[in-house]
Ligand binder design. Structure first.
Ligand code: SF4
Ligand code: SF4
Length: 258
């Protein structure tokens, strides 16, 4: 299996691989959504690969990874949104690499949330991550098919069902939001019991994607970070190069996972 880190030529790859951290994308490379900031392909997805969980676990064991982030495309075509496939992956990784910490960065399971959350009871990750991505005012434009309150509910419900598992969410800046809107989303996150935060600069993957409307100044990132700790986040990874999985191991450590 190829890591997202390599496929996306992530600039943090040296640092992350050096720390034994990598991100993998499961359930294919075609998303049933079409978010105009995202570089993932879209269209009718292929059927799930039943061998993917074991192949993924083999790759993780061969790479001797200490911390993995498992993410996926949105699979609105599946009755459980792919929750069982996530659980199958967690099980296989636990079997081959019991010491490896597993973070899942999940889609929104819209229309099948209850079912998906129940399925996770069979095999829980060490961290549950779901990105809000942007402020609610920009959802229609940036996250068509998604719903701000639904995403917050996913995170809150997961935490209520599995209180020992830390929850995490992330935002991009540069899509046209204001600082006050970002701070309000952070407050909403805390009201929905989210413990870890990532905020990074949006970069336009191609001319066909949403334009960058501002490059956020390092002082502003610093302000977000300070506010995050005041609001009670256990960890905040905030900065231009921050991605959802950046320093994921350190974040989890601060949240008491490792
Ligand atoms: Fe991989 Fe995420 Fe690190 Fe980039 S930030 S190298 S995608 S783990
Ligand atoms: Fe990209 Fe996720 Fe949107 Fe799919 S749902 S287009 S993977 S951001």
């Amino acid at each position: 299996m190829v890591t997202v880190c390599e496929e996306a030529s992530c600039p943090n790859i040296g640092e992350c691989f050096g720390r034994g951290t990598a991100t993998f994308m499961i359930m294919g490379d075609k998303c049933t959504r079409r978010c105009p900031f995202c570089d993932v392909g879209h269209g009718r997805p292929d059927p799930l690969d039943v061998n993917e969980p074991s192949n993924l676990a083999k790759s993780i064991a061969a790479m001797k990874l200490r911390y993995v982030v498992i993410t996926s495309v949105d699979r609105d075509d599946l009755r459980d949104g792919g929750a069982q496939h996530y659980v199958d992956c967690i099980n296989e990784i636990r079997e081959r690499s019991p010491q490896t910490t597993i973070e899942v960065l999940v889609p929104d399971f819209r229309g099948r949330l209850e079912k998906a959350l129940d399925i996770f009871a069979k095999s829980l990750p060490d961290v549950l991550n779901h990105n809000l991505e942007t402020v609610p005012r920009l959802y229609r434009q940036a996250r068509p098919g998604a719903d701000y309150m639904h995403s917050l509910k996913l995170l809150k419900d997961f935490k209520a069902m599995y209180p020992s598992i830390p929850t995490k969410s992330g935002l991009m800046v540069g899509l046209g939001e204001t600082d006050e809107e970002i701070l309000q989303v952070m407050r909403d996150m805390r009201e929905h019991d989210i413990e870890m935060l990532t905020i990074g600069q949006y970069l336009q993957p191609s001319d066909h994607h949403l334009p960058v409307l501002r490059y956020v100044h390092p002082d502003t990132f610093k302000m977000y970070e300070e506010e995050a700790y005041k609001m009670g986040f256990s960890h905040a990874a905030v900065g231009a190069m921050v991605r959802s999985s950046y320093h994921a191991d350190q974040q989890a450590h601060n949240a008491g996972v490792e």
